[in-house]
Design a protein around this ligand. Structure first.
Ligand SMILES: *Cc1c(COP(=O)(O)O)cnc(C)c1O
Length: 404
């Protein structure tokens, strides 16, 4: 264990390591490490020999004992070069890191693997979460694996697959006739009344650490030379914040071989873009986004607890925040799926739209290496992407011309 302390992201207040902490003044906490000692304890060569998956980075994580890890067989996700898609938009070096292959079909498993491992370490028996979809599935699956009871609350227009998943993985799952903020209120009250542990985005410090492994893994896969640009579909922002933290820790350790850090781009839909608005007006915190509406359910976060942490990472990296047209998300999803053969989710489709825009604006240069995260499987959104196939009636002669 190389954790030195926990630290308020708002004002730097310090809390002791290895204690159960949630937030400070309602804002998130960082887990801090002695990165010098990490670099003495593990070498890149030793790391290269380890099994695939996020636990290979255990020195970078708050893991108490290897035997306490809750795992569902996470893999290191492939980084796929997508030339056809890149060329179509006038780009060149484009990669998709395909997170859809993780347990429960989304990258939420990274955060939940850590959050649940740590919750169990601290003796938690009941967890609860408000969710727009994939976080609920992952929480249910990992809680089940840890022998915990889980309660999942989601707005009643959450994708059907997510509803069934949460229930199938063993959660007490409920639909709520309100937005995610209402679901959050139920969890807050249940915390008081029934002692639930709140797994909401950034209400505990370990989901960031789990998502940080996206950054560590990407760095290792690219031989410790980071890409020029990362396009990240931003809801609560855990992944963007986590990756930026990974890059800073690797930099402190002297492990990075690139001269510059990636420019971090927060991508949202114009149906829900509080971070883009705050970036454009250069404010530290974001205003809650009214009437948040997007088919990309992972991006439907009208007010993010870590807004200032997202904005800080974007600015420090010389990045930007982009809102793309909600009306075109499904079109980009279908197109990118055909061009890549990967099962692209609507959140990632928004990043494809951002790629198109940023290449056109010359904000992304032709020679830039760009990475997009495919944060979940497109299969989770079937009820949002109606597709009716032509039928063949075997009672009638086959019309062979139809195939030409
Ligand atoms: C949760 C989610 C996001 C947003 O992730 P954050 O790290 O919380 O911003 C993006 N895409 C999908 C598919 C998600 O489930």
């Amino acid at each position: 264990m190389f954790v030195t302390h926990l630290e308020s992201a708002l004002d730097g207040t310090v809390f002791p390591a290895n204690t159960l902490q949630t937030t400070h003044r309602d804002k998130p906490l960082w887990v801090r490490y002695d990165t010098k000692t990490i670099s003495k304890s593990i070498s890149k060569e030793a790391l290269a020999r380890r099994a695939s998956g996020l636990w290979r980075y255990r020195e970078f994580l708050p893991v108490p004992k290897v035997t306490e890890i809750v795992s569902l067989g996470e893999i290191s996700t492939p980084l796929v070069r997508v030339d056809k898609l890149a060329r179509h938009f006038g780009g060149q070096n484009l990669f998709i890191k395909d997170e859809s292959r993780l347990p429960t079909g989304s990258f939420k498993s990274r955060g939940m693997a850590l959050a649940i491992t740590m919750a169990r370490h601290f003796g938690i028996k009941k967890v609860a979460i408000p969710t727009a979809g994939n976080a609920g599935s992952a929480a249910a699956a990992y809680a089940n694996a840890a022998g915990m009871e889980s309660f999942v609350f989601m707005p009643d227009d959450t994708p059907k697959v997510n509803q069934f998943e949460a229930a199938l993985y063993g959660a007490k799952a409920y639909l709520v006739n309100g937005l995610i903020t209402e679901c959050g209120r139920i969890v807050r009250e249940g915390k008081e009344k029934l002692g639930w542990f709140d797994l909401s985005t950034l209400k505990e410090p370990h989901r960031i650490e789990g998502k940080k492994t996206m950054g560590l893994e990407l760095a290792e896969q690219m031989d410790w030379k980071l890409p020029d640009v990362i396009l990240y579909p931003t809801g609560g922002g855990t992944g963007l914040i986590g990756m930026w933290k990974a890059f800073k820790e690797l930099n402190e350790m002297g492990w990075l071989e690139s001269a510059t850090m990636p420019r971090m781009v927060a991508v949202q839909s114009d149906g829900c873009c509080p971070i883009v608005k705050a970036f454009e007006t250069n404010t530290r915190f974001a205003e809650p986004f009214p009437n948040a509406m997007t088919v990309a359910s992972g991006l439907r976060v009208p007010s993010a607890l870590g807004d200032f942490m997202i904005l800080d990472a974007i600015k420090k990296s010389n990045g930007t925040a982009v809102a793309v047209s909600e009306n075109r998300i499904i079109e980009w999803m279908k197109f990118a799926t055909q061009m890549t053969g990967l099962s692209i989710c609507p959140e990632t489709a928004a990043c494809v739209g951002a790629f198109e825009k940023l290449v056109k604006d010359n904000w992304i240069k032709r020679s830039d290496t760009v990475v997009i995260f495919n944060t979940a499987s497109g299969l989770k959104y079937l009820d949002k992407t109606e597709m009716v196939l032509p039928r063949i009636n075997i009672q009638e002669p086959i019309n062979w011309n139809a195939f030409n």
